[in-house]
Design a protein around this ligand. Sequence first.
Ligand code: GSH
Length: 350
Amino acid sequence: MADKSTEESQDDIEARRANGEFVRRASVFRGKISKGSVFLPELNRYHLYVALNCPWCHRVLIARNILGLQKSISVDVAFPNRTNADSPYGQDNWEFAPERVASSTGATLPECTMETATGRSLRIARQIYEAEGSTGSSLPILFDKSSQKIVSNESADILRMLNDQAGALGSTIAADERVDLYPSEERNPGLRVEIDRLNQIIYANINNGAYKAGFSANQRVYEIAFKEYFSTLQDLEEEMAVDGRLFLTGVNLTEADVRLFPTLFRHDPIYFLRMKLNGARMLDFPNLWRWICRVYGIPGVSESCSLIHCLQGYFGRSWNNVVPLGPIHPMHYPEAYRHPELANAAMRTH
Ligand SMILES: N[C@@H](CCC(=O)N[C@@H](CS)C(=O)NCC(=O)O)C(=O)O
């Protein structure tokens, strides 16, 4: 039975795809870094392969930064557009190609890197999977440099293990000052149940829901995803409004916030247009807008965000490949996320 907070049902997948529905593949590598596992928690042993436009990678990068793991977990960054049909590696592969030029800027993207964890300078992510006899191709990948094995390609699991093992993995933040994204039942009774509830709704209706709306070629599937996306935003807006809470579950940032943020960060500048989620902007949800700004202001979060990679990734290979310039009203993004006062209170106070 699928865990509804990390993957969608794979039932009737061929028939659903034939009907135009976008169905995301379930992740295959589900290893865990822990004492007693083959993947022991050790300093400088683990590596992440990411793309900065990918929201699943984004949540992992947020966790790495806010947990103080930048020094001990290395990262390679793929170019935001996957390979074209003319690539010798075939189409639709994440590529480590720092020399590639982004059509939006006419220049290379300084964050993009070569592949550095295998010692083989692999060109595409698929080759990392092939070394293990797998046909996988997705990012993110958490990789063990010591055994040269993939630990996990499921961002929700990676997020959880970075939090659980932050100290042993070499966090530069003292334990009593470090955020705990999934506090134990003893520390905070009932909180895990609430985080799990939110994770499930956020995954189905927001994180994956956005893709279902934007990438499905079926009007009904799109409309259902659109309605669920906005009704979930409205529910979250109202839940936050009740007691003016700072984060989704109360006074502290948790996994639920880290999982919601990458999608909402992309909403106004990308998803409103690209995913046809044009029911409202995040600016129209004052509590959620202030929440985005609050999360964006946490040290390490803005460093994990790249709107240039997002714009290039989502638009650089869609429709006519032209990357749009806006939004510019009321302000350019991501600068807008430094301005909680921009929230459009008038729209949502009925
Ligand atoms: N369940 C996975 C999903 C990862 C995923 O679907 N990544 C996308 C990027 S947004 C991808 O790599 N797609 C291309 C592919 O699968 O080849 C996770 O959360 O880590």
